[in-house]
Design a binder for this molecule. Structure first.
Ligand code: RIB
Ligand code: CA
Length: 314
């Protein structure tokens, strides 16, 4: 029985690749997709979501919702990695959507339509998820499971010394979500950073004579160049592909239930995920935090999924 999923994305090259995989993954049924500002401003994320869906041209269009910026605006983005357009400069045509439904309403409607059966996979800042929880206070008892790309176990951030980007971008939203009473799994940087995607991994994907092979290369090669220029690293992180793999194949990950909160005030520590790891924790909000994966196994699963998607699309 395929898992019913709702994807919340800030495309971004890797978010876009995870979307392409999901559309062809027999393990899932996409109930809906919502965009959120993060890697790129909200309007660009919305356009990219639509462009990817139009490129895939699925037999049945998924319900889509479009987020706006966090209440305090977007403090930073990753256009230096993903390009101004967020997809590595890939020229994807996109029609103008007539009515753009607000992301939080689409999230509430999809979950209410099938209580306790929708798995939400959050790959960007948690703005939309938090707004959905505020819009519908009954939501926590109806969400089957929420998987989140984000946070750190030991406060070694990527966007600041202490904070991971998705949490940093909207810490108040992250706090609301992580403290809400429902089942959620956090996939932190300590788990996703070691899973790098390199040129040799790209060579294991179908070539440019495949539609998705061409799209992946068009997005990834500029991202590889950006990583080399900005970080001196050969290859790129694929955080959201790891999250997607863990959400669909939870047996690939070891987790530990921990109480997690978010610093929203600190000048140096804004967006830091703080874990109560005291011998006798006093915080009680349990979050399943992924503590261990087998990087080779996860990367194999990702390559298999992307290859399968590329072959199915032809
Ligand atoms: O910190 C990594 C996360 O921030 C990823 O989801 C990436 O796409 C950006 O959203
Ligand atoms: Ca993302």
């Amino acid at each position: 029985m395929p898992k019913k999923i709702l994807l919340d994305v800030d495309p971004g090259v890797v978010d876009a690749m995870a979307l392409c995989w999901a559309f062809f993954d027999p393990m899932v049924e996409i109930a809906g997709i919502t965009s959120v500002g993060g890697n790129v401003p909200a309007p660009v994320a919305a356009k990219n979501l639509q462009a990817i869906v139009e490129f895939i041209d699925p037999p049945r269009l998924p319900r889509m919702g479009f987020g706006t910026v966090p209440d305090e605006g977007l403090p930073s983005d990753y256009r230096h990695v993903h390009g101004i357009d967020g997809l590595g400069g890939t020229p994807l045509p996109v029609a103008e959507l007539r009515s753009r439904h607000p992301a939080e309403k689409v999230i509430c409607d999809i979950i209410r339509d099938d209580p306790e059966n929708v798995i939400v996979i959050a790959m960007g800042p948690l703005t939309n998820i938090a707004r959905a929880l505020i819009l519908d206070p009954e939501l926590p008892r109806m969400i089957r499971h929420l998987y989140i790309t984000g946070g750190t176990l030991n406060a070694r951030g990527n966007v600041t010394p202490c904070a991971e980007f998705n949490i940093y971008a909207d810490p108040a939203a992250a706090k609301t979500v992580l403290l809400a009473p429902f089942t959620k799994t956090l996939i932190p940087l300590e788990v996703t950073n070691p899973v790098m995607f390199s040129y040799s991994d790209l060579e294991q994907l179908p070539g440019t004579d495949f539609k998705l092979g061409s799209l992946f290369r068009s997005m990834l090669i500029p991202a590889f160049q950006a990583y080399r220029q900005c970080y001196g690293i050969e290859g790129i992180h694929i955080h959201d592909l790891v999250t997607y793999a863990v959400a669909v194949h939870p047996e690939l990950a070891e987790t530990k239930e921990l109480a997690v909160d978010v610093e929203i005030e600190g000048q140096l520590t804004r967006g830091m995920t703080v874990i109560d790891a005291r011998p006798i924790p006093e915080w009680t909000n349990g979050v399943d935090v992924v503590t261990k994966i087998n990087e080779q196994e996860i990367l194999r699963e990702i390559l298999l999924g992307l290859n399968d998607a590329a072959n199915q699309m032809e």
